[in-house]
Design a protein around this ligand. Structure first.
Ligand code: BGP
Length: 489
């Protein structure tokens, strides 16, 4: 095994999926607070009188993220459990709304800042490097209902207030930042992943019913400008910190179904929908293929003088990404995107998929493939900040969970990560997604469990919140302890 000595081993979570305390210590609603699953519709209704979208909580739904796994109050216990596996890195996000509850205040909320101060101190005490996402589906709701979110250029200013406060406050405490989690999901999940809401809709049947691609390209441009300004601010305020983009890159492993040139070209065009984000944030320029789309569909975003130079001069330090599965593109088949990446036609060459009802294909070699493509095309350090498997699990009569399926999934993927390192990829680390059971991003449920640690909470909101180590806990611990050598067994 060839994992570097300083390899970052650990796990990743996001504030909105585990903190809970959704209205505590000054925090107001954010985008995920008004939905059960980001792949679904937000619970908002149009108020004709005020001409605004308003929260419309559905009494028939359980909003599990409101309490999460109560990490806000139990983080010390949970971090101890993570440290128990030997983590030297732990990824979480700062919930923007804890720092600026509505997003447009002038002054930050001290209680929110203090929470993350204490959290990061605790991580350091336990020997874990904080790896921090600045925005993980946590845009304050007010910014959407009042301004339209990132459809408005004003968001750049509100965002910069937030990140400037963060960089100054946590200077020296956080070495690894990422800007916008999986921002390439903006087309598929514009509300939660993109932070977009049309505030003067022609169709009020549902939020964003008449959102156009042109509008999304415009919002993406504002986000690219914000990304570049954030990179500049981070480097200036805290020169010892590194800042990366964070993208869902499973879909880089979108294979052509056959050697039919339509399948091959189609797969390439599909990959480019993701590569666009890499090209702008890593190479500092819009690629020709997107300019053609804009030209042919009148979708070119409006840009301010200096935007392109700013983007060119402030590219990210590393590529952080998630990888869950690969997909197959067939020119006459269908292909969709969700939190796991793309889902096209079935790949008969894979060993299988995760059990019902999710059935995510399992393709360990895909992670090596993605690392190699990224290394060849961008030459930047790579950080795998999400990879994992969600399973429906219950404690047996001995209060045990024998999750061999998970162990095999992680082992097979890590073996391929090792291959990628041998191939010459510069891998910074591997953070397993959801080392403790959290609320699922895509479906908003607890039943889809990723953890090495089980949390006693169920889809109906019941449960004691007790934490129990699964069998994989000791196994992952050994992998980390031996810096991957134990994977050879
Ligand atoms: C990624 C998200 C995570 C996450 C993971 C698994 O897209 O960044 O927040 O939860 O996917 O997805 P899910 O929770 O839908 O199974």
């Amino acid at each position: 095994m060839n994992f570097p000595k300083d390899f970052l081993w650990g796990g990743a979570v996001a504030a909105n999926q585990l903190e809970g305390a959704y209205l505590e210590d000054g925090k107001e609603l954010n985008v995920t607070d008004v939905m059960v699953g980001i792949a679904r519709q937000p619970d908002l209704k149009w108020n004709e009188a005020t001409g605004k979208w308003e929260p419309a909580f559905d009494p028939a739904k359980v909003y599990l993220s409101h309490e999460g796994i109560d990490f806000y109050h139990r983080y010390k216990e949970d971090l101890e459990l993570m440290a128990g596996m030997g983590f030297n890195a732990f990824r979480t996000s700062i919930s923007w709304g804890r720092i600026f509850p509505n997003g447009d205040e002038k002054e930050p909320n001290e209680a929110g800042l203090k929470f993350y101060d204490d959290l990061f101190d605790e991580m350091h005490r336990l020997g874990m490097e904080p790896v921090i996402t600045l925005s993980h589906y946590e845009t304050p709701l007010h910014l959407l209902t009042r301004y339209g979110g990132w459809l408005s250029e004003k968001l750049i200013g509100f965002w910069m207030n937030y990140v400037n406060v963060v960089f100054n406050r946590y200077k020296g405490k956080v070495k690894y930042y990422m800007t916008f989690n999986e921002i390439n999901n903006i087309f598929r999940m514009p509300f939660a992943a993109g932070g977009l809401l049309k505030i003067d809709p022609k169709d009020t049947s549902r939020p964003n019913a008449d959102l156009t691609d042109r509008e999304i390209y415009q919002a993406a441009h504002y986000i690219f400008v914000a990304n570049a300004k954030t990179v500049e601010a981070c480097h200036r305020i805290d020169p010892d910190a590194q800042i990366g983009c964070m993208l869902s890159l499973s879909s880089i492993a979108t294979y052509p179904y056959s050697c039919n040139p339509d399948d091959v070209m189609g797969a390439l065009q599909f990959q480019r929908k993701q590569k666009l984000f890499l090209d702008v944030m890593c190479k500092g320029q819009y690629p020709g293929y997107v300019k053609r789309i804009w030209r042919e569909n009148q979708e070119e975003p409006v840009m301010q003088a200096g935007d392109l130079e700013l983007i060119r001069d402030n590219t990210v330090d590393y590529i952080a990404f998630s990888y869950y599965r690969s997909a197959v593109f067939k020119s006459d088949g269908s292909i969709t995107v969700d939190t796991g990446g793309a889902a096209g036609v079935e790949n008969p060459y894979l060993e299988g998929c995760s059990p019902e009802p999710w059935r995510w294909p399992i393709d360990p070699k895909g992670i090596r493939y993605v690392c190699n493509i990224l290394n060849d095309e961008y030459g930047l350090p790579l950080f795998i900040v999400e990879n994992g498997i969600g399973l429906d699990e219950n404690l047996d009569e001995n209060k045990r969970i024998a999750d061999d399926f998970r162990r095999k999934y992680v082992k097979d993927h890590l073996v391929q990560v090792n291959e990628a390192i041998l191939d010459g990829c510069n891998l910074m680390g591997y953070l397993y997604w959801g080392p403790i059971d959290v609320v699922s991003a895509g479906t908003g449920e607890m039943r889809k469990r990723y953890g090495f640690v089980y949390v006693d909470r169920f889809n109906d909101g019941t449960g004691t919140l007790e934490r129990v180590k699964k069998d994989s806990y000791e196994w992952y611990k050994e992998v980390i302890e031996t810096n991957g050598e134990s994977l050879e067994d």
